[in-house]
Design a protein around this ligand. Structure first.
Ligand code: ADE
Length: 359
């Protein structure tokens, strides 16, 4: 039954596929980088990151050799930094075990760090033309609707059975286009937010959800647990033109990135001044800043902040804090976007915003 989607879908893709940087020239490395970036980030946001990443690290070998701070800096603003750490681990395996060339084999791709069924399927089919499925959230949505299936798409068993169904109908001579067409129709016609554009859909003729009038009810997902909310106070500690930052621990949220000093809870001016004095600094002035929030996958930070001007001190390491020039930070120290609202007060622009300001 699903077989009937193949031809209309490919015809539609030939006419409507968006021009995207990773489609202009296809290689396993380019497909890999783009798919990893696209896992948590919108296409429009990924575009400039993709181009810059490829310019700085044009191949697997360059990625395998990149110093960690530079790598995290390149990823700054994309979030979910473990994605790029795993990419580097995988790049090292590819260099050591495969002489720098991606294996054209689904199981071998799957065995690489950070590469799951979806990414192995995307690289396998798009870059190597292998008849292997790549089922992401877009594809799950399209299939749930075409089949009018109420199965919970967050279940691994449901995902696996959709992969098996897709595998049976992949056209051997156009495996990569078929993968991209399924993703594309999910991204621009059978959309995740807002109303599906059924009038423009080449699969409307066989879509059971459309026939039954239940498109908007699908796909079914279990309710997500609410995010934990954490209140924090962020400090911009200034010494003349320089600002204090600190490296986060190697494990956990935002591991290995640099941060503005911050404390649990909403602190008042007096409490902040006390803390700053306890660190051994002499505060001259304090200025409260507006609130901000940042959403991670499982936690939400609600922040308040202060700029505290300090009397010049000798460079001392106080709880790992060190002072840097704002310009230096822009090039060198990866600071996560969670601090973007406060990094403004050190006159630096982070990650995504760098591109937005330029436009
Ligand atoms: N989302 C995930 N993978 C994609 C791709 N290859 N092209 C466009 N959007 C995508």
């Amino acid at each position: 039954m699903l077989e009937q989607i193949v031809k209309p879908l490919l015809l539609w893709y030939d006419r409507h596929a968006r021009v995207l940087p990773w489609r202009e020239e296809i290689s396993p490395y380019r497909v890999w980088v783009s798919e990893i970036m696209l896992q948590q980030t919108r296409v429009e946001a990924v575009k400039p990151f993709f181009e810059r990443f490829l310019r700085v690290l044009p191949d697997v070998r360059a990625l395998s050799e990149c110093p960690e701070d530079d790598l995290l800096k390149l990823w700054e603003g994309l979030g979910y930094y473990n994605r790029v750490r795993n990419m580097q681990k995988a790049a090292r395996v590819i260099v050591e075990e495969y002489d720098g060339t991606f294996p054209a084999d689904y199981e071998k791709l799957l065995a690489l760090p950070g590469i799951g069924h979806y990414t192995a399927g995307a690289i396998g089919s798009i870059a190597f033309g292998l008849p292997v499925p790549a089922v992401d959230g877009n594809v799950l949505r399209v299939l749930s609707r075409v089949k009018a299936s109420y199965e919970d798409i967050q279940k691994q068993s449901v995902r696996s059975s959709m992969e098996q169904e897709i595998k049976k109908i992949i056209p051997k001579e156009r495996a990569g286009d078929f993968t991209q067409a399924l993703i594309e129709i999910g991204a621009i016609v059978c959309v995740p937010n807002g109303k599906a554009k059924c009038e423009a859909c080449p699969l409307a003729f066989c879509c059971l959800a459309k026939a039954k009038g239940i498109v908007e009810e699908l796909p079914k997902k279990k309710e997500k647990k609410a995010r934990r909310v954490e209140e924090r106070t962020v400090l911009v500690l200034r010494e003349g033109e320089r600002v204090a930052i600190k490296k986060r621990p190697a494990k956990g949220l935002l591991a290995g990135l640099y941060e503005l000093p911050n404390l649990t809870g909403y602190l008042g001016e007096e409490e902040v001044l006390k803390h700053v004095r306890e660190l051994g600094f002499s505060p001259l002035r304090i200025l409260p800043l507006a609130g901000a929030k940042h959403i991670f996958s499982h936690v939400e930070w609600r922040m308040t902040g202060y700029v505290v001007s300090l009397e010049e001190t000798k460079d001392m390491d106080r709880e790992g804090l060190f002072f840097i020039d704002a310009k230096e930070t822009e090039k060198k120290y990866p600071i996560p976007a969670a601090f973007a609202a406060y990094a403004r007060y050190m006159d630096i622009v982070l990650g995504q915003e760098k591109y937005e300001e330029r436009q």
